[in-house]
Design a protein around this ligand. Structure first.
Ligand code: SF4
Length: 269
């Protein structure tokens, strides 16, 4: 399937009954939201899974460069804001370290330093999917401490519109990695300073990670059982609403997938 050039091409894949089960007023409104990346085609219950899979593949192949340009632009805008931020004040707000003109925050338990010119110093693999949320955190986070209350993305402010895409781009790939990469959870614990969660929605495995100190996430995995597929869901500590904007929350998820995909590929080679 080719990447749709306009919403009408997505509309053609729909039932056209305007039944509203997707919570949009019309199929055309739903098609427009899918075209803009705000909704996932899988949220219409009448589109068969093969069509959804083919649609997602076409989007992945052909929007990679566009997505990269957008995220690079966002990095540059945020870098400009970092230059205007008092990093010493930010370090106080975020319980981070400030020394010699650099703020250092922990990203997945590792040091990530940023200087007054927005230059980054870290041992972790830097890509825009990590840089965007870190810059946003330094510039805009209120510094609210973790609450211990967990919520899925769709329940966070502004999260509903992003939830479909988050499930497709973050939770499904993480589930695939967890299904096939035996050391997935051990690596989270050892490499990324994860901690087993006490109570994790009755999950078989539940791990708390700190992509950023004041934006913890809980990854819950339910292994396959007779007749039932495995499942993986990501929950966010509700403090994230004060500490990151919703686009950064989504980007953080994409960054995590990127890191774990690289790790799983290394493991397989
Ligand atoms: S659920 Fe599907 S068929 Fe129903 S209104 Fe939404 S897009 Fe149209």
């Amino acid at each position: 399937m080719d990447k749709p050039a306009n919403p009408m091409e997505i509309y053609k894949l729909l039932d056209k009954s305007n039944c509203r089960k997707c919570n949009e007023k019309t199929c055309m409104a739903f098609a427009a939201a899918v075209f803009k990346g705000q909704r996932s085609l899988s949220e219409c219950p009448y589109v068969d899974p093969e069509t959804v899979a083919a649609f997602e593949e076409s989007g992945k192949k052909q929007t990679g460069d566009e997505a990269q340009i957008n995220v690079d632009e966002t990095v540059e805008k945020l870098r400009h804001q970092v230059r205007q931020t008092d990093l010493q004040e930010a370090a106080g707000r975020l319980d981070a370290v400030y020394a010699k003109g650099r703020i250092t925050v922990k990203v997945m338990g590792k040091d990530f330093s940023v200087d007054t010119d927005g230059r980054v110093y870290t041992e972790i693999h830097v890509n825009p999917w990590v840089t965007v949320p870190v810059f946003d955190y330094i510039v805009n986070a209120k510094g609210t401490a973790p609450t211990g209350q967990w919520a899925p993305l769709r329940e966070l402010k502004g999260g509903r519109e992003r939830a479909g895409l988050f499930a497709q781009r973050c939770e499904k790939p993480l589930k695939r990695i967890a299904d096939t990469y035996p050391d997935f959870f051990n690596d989270m614990l050892e490499i990324f300073s994860g901690k087993r969660a006490e109570s994790g929605f009755d999950a078989d495995t539940a791990v708390v990670l700190h992509p950023l100190p004041k934006a913890p996430i809980l990854i819950c995995y339910w292994g396959p059982e007779e007749g039932m597929e495995s499942n993986l869901q990501v929950f966010f500590d509700t403090c994230v609403e004060d500490n990151l904007n919703i686009n950064s929350v989504y980007t953080l998820g994409a960054g995590l997938v990127n890191m774990f995909e690289k790790l799983s590929l290394k493991h397989a080679s």
